[in-house]
Write a protein that binds this ligand. Structure first.
Ligand code: HEM
Length: 479
């Protein structure tokens, strides 16, 4: 303990699990539980999860000093348990070393290329935006009036699910698509059944017969998603072989870009890790990391706007001024829409959708915030705690977009996508989706509650992902 930052006294075998569970239970959530620990031990403290010491950083400056300035020490992913099931050190989320570097660089470059020239990224997002709003407003009882009522979560699931699917395999999900329905059910089941502590439990133990009761909902769901990915890859490969699908110099989707890279490496006689098997895990990662996160953020945006409708009006005034009210909002407008940027920042701050960020593992003894930190410790920049830090965000419980206008540079202290070398790979795609979908939504529609205004409180305060309640919303077309 002397080689670690301060923290509550751990017991043999269980460490601080009993205190952690008690504080979270007593205070009604993970963030609230950690807040109580922080009161006694400060913004950098150690908690023993069984035999593993984990250090939580809830101080923005310390997070920058460690994760950015000393990225080499704080850049290795810790992913022993459920996170490494399916992946087995492959993919982008759980891998490390050269493999991670090559596959992350490739994915980043591919996504970046989709944002240049023809801007495939913006094209696909806007295509989905228009398609979904048109589809929903012209079916059921909606009579093409342009207005419609829908379950917010299902609507954004379908929209963002189709965007990532189009980026990956250039295909849209149909509303009644069996694969999409099963994918969503499996994803929800897998995520809901995965507890925070499963991250720390080695896969071998999770797969043992003692935990058989847990394996069905978790492993079968993730297995099925990987199978779906493999099916898409096999179909594309056979279409290319039969001449039905042609690979162009400028690939249309991630799958084509990967197959071209694989072919090039093989032609050059390189010992490549860009194989079909690894492609399935890369795509699995992008799907898993990119869909639920963006959809949940957009659903939270609706919750915030329904709770503070005056924000809708103010944002629309800015957007009409910029677009003249006769065209859609585009990414090129970003520089001249500070209020919309502030709304999105505040939605991401107050929703802070990951209750506990992913961990890094330290491989050499070092120092953190003036305290020793020994090799073998897992560390995380605690996003959820940084976003409620009263020193940075006064009255943190209030949804107040203006805070980002009043204080220049405050958005730099917002880290919804994590921080440093392992920060979110899909940040630019997610930001483009949030800007285009939310901006155009505010330009084109009023939001009205159906029944009670949804609560700002999460229904999953103990889960990995912080979700809002399920609610319906009415989108009323602006004339
Ligand atoms: C609002 C939406 C999103 C949020 C809030 C979010 C948040 C995060 C966070 C907090 C991390 C962990 C960062 C860390 O360890 O410090 C992460 C990692 C990651 N995200 Fe996202 N994400 C979002 C959207 C996406 C999208 C759209 C994609 C894919 C296209 C994506 C792909 C990934 C990947 C692959 C990683 C692992 C990166 C690595 O370990 O190198 N995310 N994300």
């Amino acid at each position: 303990r002397r080689q670690l930052p301060r923290g509550p006294f751990p017991l043999p075998i269980i460490g601080n699990l009993h205190q952690l569970l008690f504080y979270c239970w007593k205070n009604g959530g993970i963030i609230e539980g950690y807040a109580e620990i922080e009161k006694s031990f400060g913004k950098v403290y150690t908690l023993w999860i069984g035999p593993l010491p984990t250090v939580f950083i809830s101080d923005y400056d310390v997070a920058v000093e460690t994760h950015i300035k000393r990225a080499n020490v704080f850049g290795k992913r810790y992913a022993p348990g459920i996170m490494n099931y399916i992946r087995f050190d492959k993919g982008v989320v759980a891998s490390n070393g050269d493999f991670w570097q090559d596959h992350r660089r490739f994915a980043l470059t591919t996504l970046r290329n989709f944002g240049f020239g023809r801007n495939i990224m913006e094209e696909r997002i806007m295509d989905e935006y228009r398609y979904r709003f048109e589809e929903f407003s012209s079916t059921g009882n909606n009579n093409r009036s342009g207005s419609f009522t829908t379950c917010a979560r299902s609507f954004f699931d379908l929209l963002t699910g189709s965007v990532i699917n189009k980026i990956l395999i250039n295909e849209r999900f149909g509303r009644d698509d069996q694969d999409f329905q099963k994918l969503k059910t499996n994803l929800s089941k897998g995520l809901e059944q995965t507890g925070f502590l499963d991250i720390f439990c080695p896969v071998d133990i999770l797969m043992s017969k003692w935990l058989a009761w847990k394996q069905g909902p978790i492993f079968e769901s993730f297995d099925w998603i990987l199978e779906l990915t493999k099916r898409h890859i096999a179909r594309r490969v056979s279409q290319i072989e039969s001449g039905e699908h042609i690979l162009h110099d400028e690939p249309d989707d991630f799958l084509d870009a990967y197959l071209m890279k694989k072919g090039k490496d093989e032609r050059e006689g390189l010992e490549t890790t860009f194989t079909l098997e690894n492609l399935a895990v890369d795509m699995y990662d992008l799907w898993l990391a990119g869909q639920e996160t963006t959809s949940t953020t957009l659903t939270w945006a609706c919750v915030c706007l329904l709770n503070k409708p005056e924000v809708i009006q103010k944002a629309r005034e800015e957007l009409i001024h910029v677009t003249g009210g006769n065209r859609s909002l585009s990414l090129i407008d970003k520089k001249v829409t500070p209020y919309l940027a502030a709304v999105i920042s505040e939605v991401q701050r107050i929703s802070s959708i990951v209750n506990v960020n992913l961990f890094r593992i330290i491989e050499q003894d070092t120092v953190i915030d003036g305290q020793p930190l020994r090799a073998g410790t897992a560390v995380t920049a605690h996003i959820g705690m940084i976003h409620v830090d009263e020193d940075l965000f006064k009255n943190h419980l209030e949804f107040d977009p203006e805070r980002f206008i009043r204080e220049e540079g405050l958005d730099k202290k917002l880290i919804p996508f994590g921080i440093g070398k392992r920060a979110c790979l899909g940040e630019s795609l997610a930001k483009a989706e949030l800007y285009l979908v939310l901006g155009n939504l505010l330009l084109d529609y009023n939001l009205e509650p159906v029944g009670n205004v949804p609560s700002m409180k999460s229904i999953t305060p103990f889960g990995f992902l912080k979700r809002p309640e399920q609610f319906d919303v009415k989108f009323v077309a602006v004339k």
